[in-house]
Design a protein. Sequence first.
Length: 131
Amino acid sequence: GIGQFTRVGAAEVRRIADLPSWATRYTGESGLQQSLAVFDKDRDAAEPDKAIEAAALLLAYNIDKRGGNIEAGVTEYNAGGVPARLIESAGSHAAALPAIQALPANQRSQADTYAPNVLARAEYWRGEGVA
């Protein structure tokens, strides 16, 4: 989440914000790209506006990177590329779950539960008309 940015995560935000194809695609002309291009964990991660924009940028980038596979993109955001690639190649989180559960704990992280829980909550709030 937004409070969990590491220096690596902050560097990834800066890297994505500097990519020409992402500079206007997801950040528009609002100056957001410029603020994310200098995103700093210590300075910006605790500032809700910047942290939420940075988290959204990472999430959108990961989903796009995984060919639009939301389960894989959300998993990469939370647990990294190894479980995300398993989901991508299996086609769904459910199909990849046995392989995810077989990963060492440091690669599995929360990949076995995170994406389904996040997506279930999003669907719930959509159904309630809140989101």
